[in-house]
Design a protein around this ligand. Structure first.
Ligand SMILES: [Zn+2]
Length: 561
């Protein structure tokens, strides 16, 4: 008897238990504890030594070709997983270092393609993978993407739950926690992993102490760190590199108005939404500035505006409409169809502005977006970066996008280009950036040596004008605040990031010099080298570690995914 035909289609199924038994069993297919049993039609004996993995699985390849840095990330993740597997360590509680890693990649760098490749790898090896996300939007997006890549999968999401027998599952975390379901899996992917500190995620993850977890986010920053997911950060490319390589667009910043937020209380680390809303609606200067900015600078440019609350959004939309803009608002309550038609309108030019509240920060893709008008002050660095990330997608003829910040966020958190590398242990302070606001056009830029006029309008920068320092610690600066003595140059910011990367990856110091030289030339590289060479505590890889690494790389093809 050859291969039993009833198993041929099961490569799409979640589990196939090969039952070892001499006794003939009943006919058919059945479930037992989430395992799907396929019973032979006549007798189980021919199945006795059948190994599930020995069946040839249909080969899938990703429809999207990975970029070099995505491939690098995939290899690094698999290597890390292989190291865990080889160590044979068993994790017994959530207090121990967890088996997994966090992948930090800027919005638009292709996080989804990267983790889809890993899921595909797992699938191809007959393993199970779960993607856990929060909210129906992300479930829908993930499912669509997997379908596009040709990965058969099931869904757990409220009433839309279906095909849960598949080996790849997209799960809404709330559904899982509410129903108390934690299907077995060989890989757990957590998209937008900066949101995984909630009780439902904690419960869910506690079921997978010995399953490899991959957290993915553009901003994996949280005050408690990311140790609940894994013990390693993977950071394959910086946003500046992506901009230089043409994968993303950079921004030009303008600060025409800085709201006075004195007296607004904080709730859960951010401004109290209700107080902020009342204050913003009453702030006539803010509303007038927004309308003026649109009228003067943003006509004909598709614009996404951010408001504090539904009332504030409506208020803002009215004033923009009065200035002549075709405006729609999107809130959490906007029906899906209406929302899609608004986004289409913005994309096709039928709408000028969408005013959004709390939504449209993650996962919304509007490549033609030309401007962000931010009227939503926030203490959350993550939220600010997610807002800016909406504009970085490249599009035909788009060389950059403009940010009109009327919220003070730029001064509070800095530009998207001054990216922070996640700290697995907690939250690192954002790097400080010294900036000048042009008195003429409000362009906001770094004060670099030798620059004495505005790069946007050419207006002279008065020698007496002081640079402002941005960063979380000194939010709420007013015009006459402290003088900043030391001007940090862009390569210095980059050097900090490169040092961390090199240490994490066990590279030698010379690698940092080489990278700086590539970007900024010999002279800057020499300057940087003076600082790098004196650094102590450089982790050096021993010959044995290097050999181990090579061994792991070679053994990857045999690892589980
Ligand atoms: Zn200017």
């Amino acid at each position: 008897m050859g291969q039993p035909s009833f198993l041929c289609d099961t490569n799409q199924l979640r589990h196939v238990a090969v039952v070892k038994s001499e006794t003939p069993l009943p006919l058919g297919v059945g479930y037992y504890r989430r395992f799907l049993f396929c019973f032979p039609l006549q007798n189980l004996t021919p199945l006795l030594d059948c190994q599930y993995n020995s069946y040839t699985l249909r080969s899938h390849t990703l429809q999207t070709k990975l970029r070099p840095y995505q491939l690098e990330a995939v290899t690094e993740i698999r290597m890390h997983a292989a190291q865990w597997a080889a160590s044979g360590k068993v994790v017994e509680s959530t207090d121990e270092p967890q088996k997994g890693c966090v992948l930090q990649m800027p919005t638009g760098a292709g996080k989804t393609a990267t983790f889809c490749d890993l899921i595909m790898g797992a699938y191809n090896k007959g393993k199970c993978a779960i993607m856990a996300v929060r909210g129906k939007e992300l479930v829908h997006q993930a499912s669509e993407r997997l379908t596009r890549e040709g990965v058969p999968h099931g869904i757990y999401q409220g009433a839309k739950t279906k095909d849960t027998h598949h080996r790849v599952l997209v799960c809404s975390i709330d559904t899982m926690a509410r129903r108390g379901i934690a299907p077995e899996s060989d890989l757990i992917v957590l998209d937008e992993c900066h949101l995984t500190h909630s009780a439902s995620y904690k419960w869910f993850l506690s079921n997978y102490l010995n399953t490899y977890k991959l957290g993915v986010s553009a901003t994996p920053h949280h005050k408690d760190g990311m140790g609940h997911i894994g013990n390693k950060l993977i950071y394959p490319i910086t946003i500046n590199e992506l901009i230089h390589q043409g994968f993303l667009c950079g921004a030009r910043y303008f600060t025409p108005y800085i709201p006075d937020l004195k007296g607004v209380k904080k709730t859960k680390g951010d401004y109290n939404a209700k107080e902020l809303s009342t204050k913003s609606i009453k702030d006539e200067d803010l509303t007038a500035s927004a309308a003026k900015v649109w009228d003067k600078n943003l006509r004909g440019i598709s614009t996404l505006a951010y408001a504090v609350s539904v009332e504030h959004a409506e208020h803002l939309a009215r004033s923009l409409a009065d200035a002549g803009a075709r405006v729609s608002t999107i809130t959490a309550k906007t029906p899906d169809a209406e929302r899609a038609s608004c986004l289409d309108g913005l994309q096709s030019g039928g709408l000028d502005v969408i005013v959004s509240v709390g939504v449209l920060t993650t996962g919304v893709d509007i490549p033609s977006l030309g401007a962000i008008l931010c009227c939503r002050p926030t203490e959350s660095y993550n939220l600010w970066i997610q807002i800016l990330g909406r504009g970085t997608r490249p599009f035909n003829g788009k060389s950059n996008f403009v940010v009109y910040d009327l919220s003070g966020n730029l001064l509070r958190h800095g530009p998207i280009e001054a990216e922070i590398i996640a700290d697995m242990e907690g939250m690192t302070e954002p790097p400080k950036v010294k900036i000048i606001i042009c008195e003429e056009c409000f362009a906001t830029f770094e004060r670099l040596p030798g620059v004495d006029c505005c790069p946007s309008c050419g207006h002279d920068i008065p020698a007496a004008q002081k640079a402002r320092e941005t960063g979380k610690r000194i939010h709420g600066l007013t015009a006459n605040d402290e003088v900043v003595e030391h001007v940090v140059e862009p390569w210095e910011l980059e050097m900090g990031q490169l040092i961390k990367m090199a240490k994490d990856r066990g590279y030698k110091k010379g690698w940092i010099r080489y990278r700086i030289q590539e970007q900024h030339g010999e002279e800057v590289a020499n300057k940087a080298w003076h600082r790098i060479k004196v650094l102590r505590k450089w982790p050096v890889k021993t010959k044995k570690q290097q050999e181990d690494q090579a061994h792991f790389t070679n053994s990857l093809s045999n690892s589980f995914w």
